[in-house]
Design a protein around this ligand. Structure first.
Ligand SMILES: Cc1cc2nc3c(=O)[nH]c(=O)nc-3n(C[C@H](O)[C@H](O)[C@H](O)COP(=O)(O)OP(=O)(O)OC[C@H]3O[C@@H](n4cnc5c(N)ncnc54)[C@H](O)[C@@H]3O)c2cc1C
Length: 396
């Protein structure tokens, strides 16, 4: 058993935790980040999982929710600094297309009057001339953000944040916490491999596993959704063209039962050397309520209704001949009542930053920043409605 003493601990080395730890380490190097890295062999893995084991997450400033648009803008503005400090390329500015009903597009353009972002629309941009392989319903309206939008690699972003954290002399422990006890005002965090860490103050950023590893005395009011995504392997002759396509979010008329609300990443090359277009979304998610269900889900249990729904959408929007094979992957999203992360002190000196609501990857740097400030200095960014982020407002 190794014992070490720190002022601050961040539990959870995913997108939010690694960003928060980086910002805390700018104030003091007496900070420890505890969280497992990605398992190499998912099926035989004995521990927990995270929601950032992928190469593509959409990034864009536009959003129907002011707070999410603000968090995205602030985060995207910092991407170049993260890249220069870490020397990791994690962002591809290929743009993002938001397409669907007029109501949806009006909500987004209305937001651009509050949070400035640039876009072109169906009135001044010839979508199919520029992107010949896309095909949306005839009456679709759209905005296309060509700057400050595209996709990020969540895997590489976590790596980049960890590199900067370690360069600031922060200590990283590649393990997961199984217990937190308090004695004489000091917390003792115990990890799965029996390391004990003494700390004054703890920030928990443990995503979908927060209620499943016995680190909290009371569960957070979150709901976990198991999602199944489909990846179409791109025919080699189309790879270079499809890599230039924008990410898209398609919100068709919800009364049209044949169509699904989906999001899609353009061609991205994965660590196995293959290049995929990834699609997800639909109304067919799976409730995850226990540790075992979460583990089974990450090891490859899928939802066949979601597979069918998103595969149909992929083949309706992109020409089928672009893909040679299809395969699936799984992940979880963590939802809260206000649809914003819970960033709060839940017990004396125990704080949380949990609840990505399917939107936090692109915005994780600024979520980490506001979490670190609230945790270390009790400071809040007043551009964000504090009430949306409290535990109390999120009680179910
Ligand atoms: C299929 C899918 C598609 C998505 N698409 C987008 C998108 O296009 N754009 C976007 O912005 N967002 C997207 N998201 C959402 C985004 O990925 C999540 O919001 C984000 O990963 C949440 O970050 P997090 O840090 O809260 O959780 P995670 O990234 O999951 O990190 C939590 C970490 O905590 C660790 N942990 C848990 N318990 C413990 C413990 N006891 N001790 C130590 N460590 C622990 C986990 O191992 C994990 O590494 C998508 C999510 C999914 C699942």
């Amino acid at each position: 058993m190794t014992k070490s003493i720190f002022e601050y601990a961040v539990i959870g080395a995913g997108l939010t935790g690694s960003a928060a730890a980086k910002y805390i380490s700018e104030l003091t190097s007496n900070t420890v980040l505890i969280g497992p890295s990605e398992p190499e062999d998912k099926i035989n893995h004995k521990g927990i999982f995270g929601s950032h084991y992928d190469e593509g997450r959409i990034t864009r400033v536009s959003d129907c929710h002011y707070g999410w648009s603000y968090l995205a803008k602030k985060s995207i503005e910092n991407y170049s600094s993260i890249k220069s400090k870490s020397k990791i390329e994690f962002y591809d500015e290929v743009g993002n297309l938001s397409i669907g009903t007029i109501d949806y597009i009006n909500e987004l353009t209305e937001m651009s009057t509050k949070i400035d972002f640039e876009y072109v629309t169906d009135e001044n941009f010839d979508l199919y001339h520029n992107y010949q392989y896309l095909n949306f319903p005839g009456n679709s309206k759209f905005i296309l953000e060509t700057t400050k939008a595209g996709h990020i690699s969540p895997r590489k972003l976590v790596e980049a944040q960890k590199i900067i954290f370690k360069a600031n002399n922060g200590t990283y422990i590649d393990d997961f916490a199984i217990n937190i006890k308090k004695s004489n005002g000091i917390f003792v965090i115990k990890t799965n491999t029996n390391i004990e860490i003494q700390v004054d103050k703890i920030l928990i950023a443990t995503g979908g596993f927060t209620n499943f590893t016995n680190i909290l005395t009371t569960n957070l009011p979150t709901k976990i959704r198991g999602r199944t995504i489909v990846l179409g392997e791109v025919n080699p002759e189309h790879i270079s063209e499809l890599k230039k396509y924008p990410s898209f979010i398609h919100k068709p008329n919800q009364n049209n039962n044949n169509r699904e609300y989906t999001y899609c990443l353009p061609a991205i090359t994965y660590p196995n050397g293959k290049t995929y277009v990834k699609i997800g979304g639909s109304k067919h998610f799976t409730h995850i309520d226990t540790y075992d269900e979460a583990i089974d889900w990450f090891k490859g249990k899928t939802n066949s209704m979601e597979i069918d729904a998103v595969t149909n959408e992929l083949n309706a929007i992109y020409d089928e001949k672009l893909f040679t094979t299809y395969h699936t992957d799984t992940c979880v999203t963590t939802w809260t009542k206000t649809l914003y992360p819970i960033i709060d002190e839940i017990e004396n000196n125990i704080y949380v930053s949990v609840g990505g609501n399917g939107s936090a990857a692109k915005s994780s740097d600024y979520i980490g920043y506001i979490s670190a400030n609230f945790f270390t200095k009790n400071q809040w960014d007043d551009n964000l409605d504090r009430n949306l982020f409290t535990l109390e407002s999120n009680q179910l």
